[in-house]
Design a protein around this ligand. Structure first.
Ligand SMILES: Nc1ncnc2c1ncn2[C@@H]1O[C@H](COP(=O)(O)OP(=O)(O)OP(=O)(O)O)[C@@H](O)[C@H]1O
Length: 594
């Protein structure tokens, strides 16, 4: 309780203390409020005073505004007055200035006129002085020119005199030269007339000499005749008659044996023909020769290794060495492939040697058989060189035919020959002797008359070969046409087959025999393996056509080579394109005729 009492006492004391504090605060606030009240009163008084001041000021401002407006009005009035006054003054001044300017201008004009007059007077004076100077200078110049002119005239006169002297001398020289030329000319004329006379004399002498030689010969002959006449007259009369009879008999015998000999010759010619062709048949109707051309220095590829094992004996074999091969054990071997032909011509062989082999076949054509000679090989292997060179098979064959035909004239044979030259390019037949413009445009057809065993081509140029030189003209013409066409499709001759056709018709006026033979010389297009050629597009088509036709031709020759009577020959195995017919028909006629 005591504790509680103590706590309460403490609380009471605390509260009393707080009350004292609060009482102090209240008295403080009261003081403050009275202060603020005083301040408010002061401020109200002040406010009242300020309101009064403001009113006074407003009154003053109104008064001032009125005064200002009055002042402004009076000022405006004054300003207008001044402006008017100023304007009048300006007008006066302007008039005065104008008058002054006018006066000054007049004065200036007068001054200018005066100066101008002075200047004109001065200029006139100067001009006069200048003219006098110029006149003086002109006088001086004229005098100088006159002096120069007279000096030049003197020089010209001197030169004219010199030139006249020189001309005179030259004329004298020229006249001298003319005289000399005239002399030389007359000398020349004399010499040439001498020469002509000498020539005429020589000619007369030569004629006389010839005449005298002829006279001498005639005289010698008549002398011999006279001598034998004298001898004859000197001999016995009966013996003479007997001698005459003997001579007559001998003449008769000789004529009879000549007739027999001619008859024998004719039969022997017929026999020779028969035997010749039998020999050809025995040798084989189809013969294959191989020609190896020499390698040039500029050949890009290494040449094949080719040997000729039997050159010394019958030259029928050729051996080509294959590439080196390595076995599993590492041994290197090379295989050699040997080929046999009817005849092999080595790289040094000439066209003349090759022709020797085929000349007998050419003779068969003249005897009325159909002969076909093909040249087959890779591009650049020498087909055209062998066939169409100046000494190739075509010119040689034609020349041989001429020579033989001429020698057969004695035996009653006369021959008519005509030639054509055609080309097979890309399945088309072209006339190489026609117009170049018509190549690949004009259509030609092959017609085969089975009954007459005759083959012909429509619309081709046929040239009568009445002189051996004509064949060269034909070859030239064909080469030109081909070279023109080559601009349209390159290397034309390599990409086409060409066929030279020579028709030979013979007639024997004594025996009445008749023969018709054809010689076909064919230069085939270069054979190329498609994989090697790398050809595409038109070129690929070209190569395929060539290869197809070559393969077809191979089949035909293969079938003919088997020689079975009545056996099938695949002449038309290809698309029956003209060139297949062409090449194969010429072959079959060979076989039939043989
Ligand atoms: N036996 C040879 N002696 C000398 N040169 C030859 C011989 N054979 C060919 N030549 C030369 O080789 C080149 C090619 O020959 P050629 O034009 O005759 O070949 P090709 O087989 O007709 O070719 P293509 O198929 O392109 O027509 C020519 O320059 C030719 O003169």
């Amino acid at each position: 309780m005591e504790v509680l009492y103590a706590q309460l006492k403490v609380q009471m004391e605390g509260t009393a203390y707080e009350r004292n504090g609060l009482e102090e605060t209240v008295s403080l606030y009261k003081t403050r409020i009275s202060e603020l009240e005083q301040t408010r009163l002061q401020l109200s008084t002040c406010n009242q005073r300020l309101s009064n001041d403001l009113n006074d000021a407003n009154t003053k401002v109104s008064k001032s505004t009125a005064a200002l407006e009055d002042a402004t009005r009076s000022h405006t009035f004054e300003v207008d007055e001044l402006r008017r006054k100023h304007r009048n003054e300006a007008e006066d001044t302007k008039d005065q200035h104008r008058r002054e300017t006018e006066r000054l201008r007049r004065e200036a004009q007068e001054e200018v006129d005066r100066l101008r007059k002075e200047a004109q007077a001065e200029a006139a004076r100067l001009t006069r002085a200048r003219q006098e100077d110029l006149a003086e200078q002109e006088r001086q110049l004229k005098a100088e020119i006159e002096e120069e002119r007279s000096r030049r005239v003197r020089e010209v006169q001197d030169l004219t005199t010199q030139w006249a002297v020189h001309r005179q001398t030259t004329n004298v020289d020229l006249e001298k030269k003319d005289r000399e030329a005239q002399d030389i000319k007359s000398e020349l004329q004399r010499t040439s007339s001498d020469l002509e006379r000498a020539n005429a004399l020589i000619k007369t002498l030569q004629d006389k000499l010839a005449e005298m030689s002829a006279n001498t010969l005639a005289l010698e002959t008549s002398m011999r005749a006279m001598k034998s006449k004298i001898d004859f007259l000197e001999s016995d009369n009966q013996a003479q008659s007997q001698a005459f009879a003997d001579l007559n008999q001998r003449l008769q015998d000789a004529q009879n044996s000549e007739a027999v000999a001619y008859e024998k010759l004719r039969t022997e010619e017929t026999l020779r023909r028969k035997l010749h062709n039998q020999v050809q048949e025995l040798k084989g109707n189809i013969r294959v020769f191989c020609r190896v051309r020499p390698t040039g220095e500029a050949e890009p590829d290494e040449p094949a290794k080719i040997t000729f094992p039997d050159t010394e004996t019958d030259s029928k074999e050729v051996a080509v060495q294959g590439p080196e091969q390595k076995s599993a054990l590492g041994n290197i071997t090379t295989s050699t492939n040997a080929f046999s032909f009817d005849r092999v011509f080595g790289p040094t062989s000439q066209n003349a040697e090759v022709f020797e082999e085929i000349s007998q076949l050419v003779q068969s054509a003249l005897d009325g058989y159909n002969v076909c000679i093909f040249c087959y090989g890779q591009t650049g292997s020498g087909k055209t060189f062998t066939m169409s060179a100046a000494d190739g098979m075509i010119p040689r064959a034609v020349h041989q035919i001429y020579a033989t035909a001429k020698s057969l004239q004695d035996k009653g044979w006369t021959y008519a020959m005509e030639g054509s030259f055609v080309e097979v390019y890309n399945e088309n037949l072209n006339d190489l002797l026609g117009s170049a413009d018509e190549l690949d445009r004009k259509k030609h057809e092959i017609r085969h008359d089975a009954a007459r065993c005759k083959t012909s081509i429509t619309d081709i140029t046929t040239v009568p070969l009445d002189a051996p030189e004509k064949v060269e003209q034909m070859l030239e013409r064909a080469a030109t046409n081909r070279s023109v066409a080559a601009t349209k499709a390159n290397s034309r001759s390599s990409r086409s087959h060409s066929v030279f056709i020579l028709k030979l018709t013979g007639e024997n006026s004594i025996t009445g025999e008749r023969s018709e033979g054809t010689l076909n010389l064919v230069d085939l297009a270069g054979s190329e393996r498609l994989s090697h050629s790398g050809a595409t597009g038109d070129r690929l088509k070209e190569t395929q056509n060539i290869n197809r036709s070559l393969s077809c031709l191979g089949d035909v020759i293969g079938a003919l080579g088997q020689g079975k009577e009545g056996g099938h020959v695949p002449y038309r195995n290809s698309k029956a394109s003209p060139h297949h017919q062409m090449l194969t028909l010429t072959s079959v006629k060979t076989r039939d005729a043989g």
